[in-house]
Design a protein around this ligand. Structure first.
Ligand SMILES: Cc1cc2nc3c(=O)[nH]c(=O)nc-3n(C[C@H](O)[C@H](O)[C@H](O)COP(=O)(O)OP(=O)(O)OC[C@H]3O[C@@H](n4cnc5c(N)ncnc54)[C@H](O)[C@@H]3O)c2cc1C
Length: 443
């Protein structure tokens, strides 16, 4: 059974065939139940099994592995935590901003070494990352961020000027860039499905098309109700990220926000010669509502970002936004005019998890039997992989350098109920748009 019906969810899901595991059909007893088959759930299962090979784990996914953001993202393995480092420093202070960055560096390195060490076939490349300045004001913003990075004693990020940048990649819009060689790129659906094979080979029981409808206490255990069976567990991991508002206890910790992607046909020799994307780095600009773009393994350009959508209430499917898709296609041509006439072959969207203060949160929920992790925004590919290790330490009740990090067990600011929540979200978005317009009036 190939996941045909999920191919429209992202181009990545059409790059490999996939056979889902069975649906849960009876009551079972486990030590740990993991809800959610994205990178958070998968890496939590992996790290738990690695630490305690005898532990009995069931991972329950309502659709298929990678159905959420993990199978649809742009595949940047990168160090950004929250919105920007300046914003994190304002919200949490300079020391914690540094701590967050160090955690993210470790996250990027962890993912890179796991992919290499376990030989996960996910088209991994390690070309580095560029944050490009597309106006004088954005140049100032990036230079300010680099100053902050330097003042915090962080190494490995430098400014390259317009001329040097044009030796890496050419666009009439670029005035220079933040260069960060530590980062990589990958195919996220292949990575998700690669993880599934690994954790199954370690003895994790994976159930797909198995939605957890309700969680309660029963027979001294936690009981997860699904359509065709119950899972009795001593402990639970809620790895539901942008879908967490559907779980009553997590409802106010985050809202789902949709971001969109368009994809071109493969570039030809002439395009390559002209754009000269020599080192194939992943690229973002410095807008509040960033554009993110990269080359795929078969040399298409993937571009996402620009605008986002909020659901008013419990909707979990705002995957299509024709206006944003159309504008993104124009943005590709505006960035690389040589591509005039190129065909766009794919469009998709996916949800990211956004707490009020735009920073991740994880920890115990109520008592130590339930651990949650959410709020990765659009930068969770690396983060979720290290968070899986942190989740494992929390579940095993081990105090480690990871569980000591400031955003573990932090007090989150609750999103207010609707309609105030929706108005607040629209106001934040409106402000971001306005500032982007001021920073680059030609947009
Ligand atoms: C379009 C897009 C582009 C992005 N680009 C990047 C990028 O380039 N780099 C980067 O670092 N980050 C990026 N991100 C963010 C990144 O993809 C996420 O932060 C990360 O994948 C989150 O992983 P997760 O496992 O926490 O959540 P998810 O992958 O969303 O997994 C949650 C899973 O839980 C399941 N679930 C929910 N409720 C239930 C239930 N009741 N029962 C059973 N299962 C349930 C869902 O079906 C889902 O599969 C992007 C996100 C999107 C949407």
């Amino acid at each position: 059974m190939i996941a045909q019906s999920f191919e429209p969810k992202s181009f990545w899901m059409s790059t490999q065939s996939y056979t889902p595991s069975k649906t849960l059909q009876k009551d079972i007893f486990v030590d740990v139940a993991i809800v959610g088959g994205g990178f958070t759930g998968l890496s939590s299962a992996f790290h738990l099994k690695k630490s305690e090979p005898e532990i009995k784990i069931a991972l329950l996914e309502s659709q298929i592995i990678g159905y959420g953001a993990s199978g649809r993202n742009a595949g940047f393995n990168m160090t950004l935590f929250g919105l920007t480092m300046s914003f994190t420093a304002i919200r949490f202070g300079r020391t914690k901003a540094r701590e967050a960055h160090v955690y993210m560096e470790r996250a990027v390195d962890t993912l890179h070494s796991l992919v290499k060490g376990l030989k996960i076939d996910c088209d991994y490349e390690h070309p580095g990352f560029l944050r490009v300045a597309t106006s004088e004001k954005y140049k100032k913003r990036i230079l300010h961020e680099i100053e902050l990075v330097n003042s915090l004693g962080i190494k490995g990020i430098e400014w390259i000027n317009k001329e040097k940048l044009s030796e890496q990649v050419k666009s009439p819009n670029y005035l220079g860039a933040w260069l960060e060689p530590r980062c990589g790129l990958l195919n996220p659906a292949k990575l998700s499905w690669g993880w599934k094979s690994i954790i199954e080979s370690m003895g994790v029981h994976v159930f797909e098309n198995t939605s957890v409808i309700e969680i309660s206490k029963d027979r001294d255990k936690l009981c997860l109700l699904t359509s065709n069976g119950k899972v009795y567990a001593d402990k639970i991991v809620l790895a539901t990220n942008a879908y967490s508002h559907l779980i009553p206890e997590l409802k106010q910790k985050q809202v789902p926000v949709w971001t969109y992607i368009v994809l071109t046909e493969p570039l030809n020799q002439k395009h390559f010669a002209e754009i000269c994307w020599k080192n194939r780095q992943g690229i973002e600009d410095a807008r509040n509502l960033v554009h993110y773009y990269r080359l795929t393994a078969d040399n298409r350009i993937l571009m996402g970002g620009r605008d986002v959508s909020f659901a008013y209430d419990l909707d979990t499917n705002l995957d299509i936004n024709s206006d944003t898709f159309n504008l993104l296609e124009k943005d590709v041509l505006q960035t690389f005019p040589i591509l005039k006439g190129i065909k766009f072959t794919h469009r998709w969207g996916g949800p990211v998890s956004v707490p009020v203060d735009l920073a991740p949160a994880m920890g115990y929920l109520g008592d130590k039997r339930v651990v949650y992790s959410l709020g990765c925004l659009g930068h969770g590919v690396s983060l979720t992989h290290l968070n899986g290790c942190t989740v494992s330490d929390l579940i095993l009740d081990r105090k480690t350098d990871l569980t000591d990090v400031f955003f573990v067990n932090r007090k989150t600011i609750p999103w207010p109920p609707n309609p105030i929540r929706h108005l607040a979200a629209q106001a934040i978005l409106g402000y971001m748009h306005l500032e982007d317009k001021i920073f680059d009036p030609k947009e």
